[in-house]
Design a protein around this ligand. Structure first.
Ligand SMILES: [Zn+2]
Length: 141
């Protein structure tokens, strides 16, 4: 399964641990640590051990591959995401009904634009996505 290799490397170097020390601390062998840091692939058992040694939840080690790139239209990787979330009320009424996370707020979306073909997509913020799954106002199709 996919493991965020950059994060493992960062956490390990922050603590000043060698790969050997991490292997010892996580009860994994050195080759496993090396493989995870270079390929970002490891078993569930390895992922659990690493989460535990760094005192994190296992999903914190999920690889952060972006669902936004490449562009689904032209396959370009020149994709830009806005650093601010758009309020759906400013975009056009209740675009995402009943997904606001607070009573007087609206659901948020992140605009993502491909600089090669201009395709604009909106990604709904994760809180709203979670809310949608259990909302009676949204049906799975
Ligand atoms: Zn494109």
């Amino acid at each position: 399964m996919k493991i965020d290799a950059d994060l493992i490397l960062k956490l390990r170097t922050e603590r000043g641990w060698s790969q050997e020390e991490l292997a010892e601390g996580s009860d994994l062998n050195l080759r496993t640590i090396q493989r995870i840091e270079t390929t970002g692939v490891g078993s569930l058992r390895s992922k659990r051990s690493l989460a535990s040694v760094f005192d994190l939840d296992i999903q914190d080690l999920d690889s952060k591959e972006s669902p936004m790139s490449p562009c689904p239209e032209c396959k370009s990787e020149e994709v830009y995401e806005s650093t601010t979330l758009s309020d759906t009320t400013t975009i056009g009424g209740e675009l995402l009904p009943k997904l606001a996370t607070r009573k007087f707020s609206s659901a948020k979306m992140r605009p993502v634009i491909c600089s090669d073909c201009g395709l604009l997509r909106f990604f709904v913020d994760p809180e709203a996505v979670n809310k949608m799954k259990t909302s009676k106002h949204w049906n799975r199709v």
